[in-house]
Design a protein around this ligand. Structure first.
Ligand code: MLT
Length: 404
């Protein structure tokens, strides 16, 4: 008789955003006349920029002719894209990353869930609390997290690093020594970030204790302050301790197109074993490359026209972020984030739990957000709104919230 991976049975409930989608669908069915505004999941709403659409059309046409048709993509990514990434995301910032350290994928969500596969089941992970749920759930599936305590909503073998108002949303070095440290800056869900000097301290700590940092930089395009690093490789010594995950979803609107990449430096080793070689082996075995059309779209992100158009798109979403932040402050809320990230993190009013506030907002204002407790126990009493809606919907949502 076959057996299943029992670790899946340990996962509590469904994936956070699936739970929210089901609740919202049920509310809409019961209230078909209500115009719901969705500021929950961080999904973009603006169309793909013209320079990128043009590149995709051209790539589609190439597929129609035998001379320019492409079959399987190189499993680690086309050189034209890997080189564009190196030039624009690394060389331009003074980081020495080479094309063979870039692994093109179908998005940072897959990579952030899959990267744990190349590490021992015995490793202890440390996560910020609250945290993007994929980091923890994928480690649960791999059997690395111990047992779940439904009362504290924590896993026995996970090290939680609270990032709350009390510590200025800056995680402190944990008392127990972790093997793998997940960091995401600018942060999802809190919308806050840390300075380059604070990130350097994490790099120094990881090198000292022999831990690896899985650094999720999906929201890098939203950084507006000068003392914030755009890549962990801006920090000295990061190449011996850090893997970086990047997404095209948030900076270029590719949530439905699907493209991302992971950087595994050749200097990152466990004894004599190269993690770059391990990830190449894993990627080559389990992945057949992101589609040619999509990789050409990714290349256009780095064209002069693409860069200019995306700068405007990021500014559009950050105008929403300011609208939400200012509107909430006016309405008397305590608000964080929204300066270097498209997320606003607010304290729920009147001691409401995160889910109570979710229901209240949905019922009274027909606005959907994300309950902070869905991201971890320290998220309780907080609530996340995304700036990725349309400007009109964002303004309308804020008017409704102010009127409550
Ligand atoms: C979020 O809302 O946290 C993100 O959109 C989820 C994701 O990028 O997978």
């Amino acid at each position: 008789m076959f057996q299943i991976n029992d670790n899946y049975q340990k996962l509590p409930g469904s994936y956070l955003f699936s739970t929210i989608a089901k609740k919202v669908a049920a509310f809409q069915e019961a209230n078909p006349d209500k115009q719901i505004i969705r500021l929950g999941i961080g999904d973009v709403t603006q169309p793909i920029a013209p320079a990128i659409i043009e590149a995709m059309h051209k790539a589609v046409d190439e597929m129609a002719h035998a001379e320019t048709f492409r079959g399987y993509a190189p499993d680690l990514g086309y050189d034209f894209l890997r080189n564009a990434i190196v030039e624009n995301d690394y060389k331009a910032r003074g980081c020495e990353i080479t094309a063979d350290e870039i692994f093109v994928s179908d998005g940072a969500k897959s990579d952030s869930g899959n990267i744990q596969e190349i590490f021992s089941e015995k490793n202890r992970i440390a996560v910020c609390d609250p945290v993007y749920p994929v980091y923890v759930d994928s480690n649960v599936m791999a059997g690395r997290t111990g047992t779940y305590d439904p009362t504290s909503e924590t896993w026995s073998n996970v090290i939680y690093m609270p990032t709350t108002k009390e510590n200025g949303f800056v995680p402190e070095f944990p008392k127990e020594t972790p093997d793998m440290i997940y960091l995401c800056f600018p942060n999802n869900p809190t919308g806050t970030t840390i300075t380059k000097a604070q990130l350097q301290a994490w790099v120094d700590y990881a090198n000292k204790v022999g831990a690896v940092i899985i650094y999720d930089a999906a929201y890098e395009a939203y950084i507006s302050e000068d003392d914030v690093a755009h890549s962990i490789y801006e920090c000295e010594g990061a190449k011996t301790c850090a893997i970086e995950l990047k997404s095209f979803s948030k900076n270029a609107g590719f949530t439905g197109v699907r493209l991302g990449y992971t950087v595994v430096p050749k200097e990152l080793k466990c004894g004599d074993v190269s993690l770059n070689a391990m990830w190449a082996r894993r990627h080559g075995t389990k992945f057949n490359g992101a589609p040619y059309i999509v990789q050409r779209a990714g290349e256009a992100v780095y064209s002069e026209a693409g860069k200019a158009q995306l700068k405007e798109q990021v500014a559009y979403y950050m105008k929403n972020a300011a609208t939400i932040k200012n509107g909430l402050v006016e309405a008397g809320f305590e608000v964080f984030g929204g300066v270097n990230a498209p997320y606003i993190w607010l304290k729920t009013p009147d001691q409401m739990t995160s889910w109570e506030f979710f229901d209240y907002l949905l019922e009274k204002a027909n606005v959907v957000g994300t309950p902070g407790s869905g991201f971890g126990p320290s998220g309780e009493g907080y609530f996340r709104l995304t700036a990725f809606g349309s400007y009109e919907n964002t303004c309308a949502a804020l008017e409704r919230i102010k009127a409550l």
